[in-house]
Design a protein around this ligand. Structure first.
Ligand SMILES: Cc1nc2c(=O)[nH]c(=O)nc-2n(C[C@H](O)[C@H](O)[C@H](O)CO)c1C
Length: 156
């Protein structure tokens, strides 16, 4: 029988912000009873395979932290990653939060860094809520125009 619940963090060497350390801090605070495994892969297309390996080794949820370059070829890689993670989540039934920063979201490097940090924190918090309370945990935020990495836009 499994002793401890487990959550996995996977980031990339391609990323220009150390999002893995940010997620680790949030998840340590919010999931003190969980074992946390952090792995790093070269790039985004390596994330689904690594996520599968962590799920097979017993992780109940995963946060992936990807950085997509500005070129068209990077965006194709993003689609491959995205489809891979959605398939993995559907086939395994595990919670996988796919955090992605697109380098063309801002021309300002400081702003890009802020987006990466805030998005990582917000989604690590989402993962902790989903693991502890399932989908019911986020119902209180439903329809609130919540954005990760930007100011919330609010409900209509
Ligand atoms: C074109 C490309 N773009 C990105 C990207 O925008 N972000 C990223 O993290 N990695 C990229 N990679 C690398 C691949 O995801 C992968 O790491 C390599 O193809 C090795 O499997 C590639 C090959």
């Amino acid at each position: 029988m499994k002793e401890k619940k487990c959550v996995g963090i996977i980031d990339t060497t391609f990323s220009r912000v150390d999002m893995g350390s940010i997620a680790l801090k949030v998840l340590r605070d919010l999931l003190p009873d969980y074992m946390i495994i952090r792995h790093t892969v070269p790039g985004i297309k390596d994330l689904p395979g690594e996520a599968r390996r962590l799920i097979d080794s017993g992780c109940d949820g995963i946060i992936t932290l990807g950085w997509v370059g500005k070129k068209q070829v990077d965006k194709y890689s993003y689609i491959a990653l995205s489809v891979g993670l959605v398939m993995l989540s559907v086939l395994t039934g595990k919670i996988i939060i796919d955090v992605t920063v697109h380098e063309d979201e801002s021309d300002n490097e400081e702003e890009l860094k802020k987006i990466a940090i805030e998005r990582t924190k917000a989604h690590a918090e989402n993962l902790a809520i989903l693991l502890k309370e399932d989908g019911e945990g986020l119902v209180k935020k439903a329809g609130q125009g919540v954005r990760q990495g930007y100011e919330n836009v609010g409900p209509l």
